[in-house]
Design a protein around this ligand. Structure first.
Ligand code: ATP
Ligand code: MG
Ligand code: MG
Length: 561
């Protein structure tokens, strides 16, 4: 059996964790590389890496790749990328659970030899029936009292590929009457003739998660094995297994301890990998990184900053309750992060033409370009000035004109004056209309000597200030506006299919204009578009000659977002 017995357990522990320092805490983030990380994982990442940082310890990034199916290198790479994006570093502590398969197999044989594990040949259905239920003790398997020697021979046959999938399993021998169902002889190894992304066809038996995970923790000398609440009932088996293996001399004490905390759940979001995959595969979204997805690649592309994700996770705290958090909390964190630093810009999302009919009169010619400027950020002079020019034709927001104003409307309507922000006061004189009666252009005149920042600019009082982009230098841009992906706060809570609650209006694409200072924008830059909210140049589709901006969130919460 030599090929399965390379190295000694001491070597394994040493190799896994480096020189031991018992005083330091050691945590781990152990994703299964079977999908992309989501906002819930961010909680676990920040908790584990944060504890290590705060207490001068180390946090391991461990790929929990003990299940041969559905695991792929693509996910391994994406997970590393996202942990780094969130701002964490695993240093030298990068591990793969599959590299412990030899040790796990050896541990299983040791349990068999000690009479603590047996090969069970019941059908899955029989095993289910004999497990019992809450309040009903289970029934011992007819195979439970086989001798260690027979069990060992049978287990080696399993390993050597002599039996098909599902023919038998290896079970820990604990107590079929335990009030904790997880202690009723849990399965620890199963037959699976499947190729593994890291170990290829070397194995046709694979350890169960509940067996593999404690061993991974122990070999890496983890001190705090932090997991979500649903694993609370697994803790007795975690401790049972590690103590048996320590008694058998396979593991060193002190052993890791498991701690549970509440999952992070967000309203209007699903985080099950299976459901996220379904959204992608059934084309409800454009991919794992669709800006509407709660995956970290999706949140990044949407424009959320790592700081905002970390702040949100911190704001929700660590509790023993599975918390449901409002999705607006993340938006609040994003605003708090961007408000003090994001440069401002004018953008017109629903453009309407505005013609300054006295432009040539005031400035000498319609070919004149009147320079205007304003601070890139109201409180950050170091970000410099935004410069643009005024010409005879502008783009303004459609909603900034009303031919017949409603009560309390201070923007453009015939006879009213407004200020073009960082420009002149103008007076609306009327509008042009198309054959169908719709407004095609607003008409206005410039009020001379009212340029922002010049003496006397305030002589003419106005109640409304509007954004604008001069038509001659406006940069045409595709702007993607998002609403929640689901129409109900907990789409996967009740009966019914979560896909029935996909919001058909979650993406709206408009063709707008942005100010000329954005002509040189590169991908993944963020701005506050004045009055509209926070936007990012799309990291995938944005080009200098074909700009694409995603709306991250508005300036404040609104129901439609
Ligand atoms: P899924 O159910 O979507 O497959 P998972 O928990 O099985 O998620 P893993 O890759 O095993 O995914 O997760 C890695 C770590 O992230 C685990 O320690 C898990 O407890 C933690 N985690 C996953 N989802 C959440 C969540 N919503 N809140 C907090 N921690 C989470
Ligand atoms: Mg999973
Ligand atoms: Mg899991």
């Amino acid at each position: 059996a030599g090929r399965h017995f390379a190295g000694s357990p001491g070597d394994a522990a040493h190799h896994a964790a480096g020189p031991l320092d018992e005083a330091r805490i050691r945590t781990r983030f152990p994703p299964e590389p079977n999908g992309y990380l989501h906002i819930g994982h961010a909680k676990s990442i920040c908790l584990n890496f944060g504890l290590a940082r705060d207490y001068g310890g180390a946090c391991h990034l461990r790929f929990d790749d003990t299940n041969p199916e559905k695991e792929e290198q693509e996910y391994v790479d994406a997970i590393k990328d996202m942990v780094q994006w969130l701002g964490w570093s695993w240093g030298d502590n990068l591990y793969e659970a599959s590299s412990y398969f030899d040790f796990m197999y050896r541990a299983a044989e040791a349990l068999v030899e000690a009479g603590l594990a047996y090969v069970d040949e019941q059908t899955p259905e029989e095993m289910r029936q004999n497990r019992g239920d809450f309040g009903t003790p289970g029934t011992n398997s007819p195979w439970r009292d086989r001798s260690p020697a027979d069990n060992l021979a049978r287990f080696r046959e399993m390993r050597d590929g002599k039996h098909p999938d599902g023919a038998m399993v290896l079970r820990a021998k604990i107590d079929m009457a335990s009030p904790n169902i997880n202690l009723r002889d849990p399965t620890i190894y199963r037959i699976k003739h499947a190729e593994h992304h890291a170990t290829g066809n070397r194995w046709c038996i694979y350890p169960m998660y509940t067996f593999a995970h404690p061993i991974e923790d122990a070999l890496e000398r983890i001190t705090h094995s932090i997991c979500t609440l649903e694993f609370e009932d697994q803790r007795p088996f975690y401790d049972w297994l590690l103590n048996q293996l320590a008694d058998l001399g396979l593991l060193a004490r002190p052993l890791p301890r498991q701690f549970e905390f509440g999952r992070l759940n967000l309203n209007y979001v699903v985080t099950s990998k299976r459901k996220l995959r379904q959204l992608v595969e059934e084309s409800h979204v454009s991919g794992w990184d669709d800006p509407r997805m709660p995956t970290l690649v999706g949140l990044r592309r949407r424009g959320y900053t790592p700081e905002s994700v970390r702040a949100m996770v911190e704001a929700t705290g660590v509790t023993k309750q599975n918390a449901w958090i409002e999705d607006t909390v993340l938006d609040g964190c994003l605003r708090a992060d961007l408000e003090p630093q994001a440069p401002r810009a004018f953008a017109v999302l629903q453009p309407l033409k505005l013609k300054l009919t006295n432009f040539a009169e005031v400035f000498g010619s319609d070919a004149h370009r009147e320079p205007c400027e304003t601070a890139a950020h109201p409180h950050k002079p170091e970000l410099g000035q935004r410069r643009f020019t005024l010409g005879p034709e502008l783009w303004i927001e459609t909603e900034d004109f009303m031919e017949v104003p409603v009560k309390g409307y201070f923007r453009l309507f015939p006879g009213n004056k407004v200020r073009l922000k960082a420009g002149y006061v103008i007076e609306c004189t009327g509008c042009e209309k198309g054959a169908d009666g719709s407004v095609t252009a607003v008409l206005a005149t410039v009020v001379p000597d009212t340029k922002s920042g010049t003496p006397g600019a305030d002589a003419v009082k106005v109640k409304g200030v509007i954004g604008w982009v001069a038509a001659h230098e406006a940069v045409a841009a595709e702007i993607r506006l998002y609403e929640r992906l689901f129409t109900t706060p907990q789409p996967d809570a009740g009966e019914g299919n979560f896909l029935d609650f996909v919001n058909p209006n979650s993406l709206r694409v408009v063709q707008g204009f942005v100010e000329p200072s954005l002509a040189g924008a590169v991908a993944d830059q963020r701005w506050q578009f004045e009055r509209h909210g926070y936007f990012v140049s799309d990291r995938v589709d944005h080009r200098a000659d074909k700009p694409v901006f995603n709306k991250i969130t508005g300036l404040r919460d609104s129901f439609a977002k």
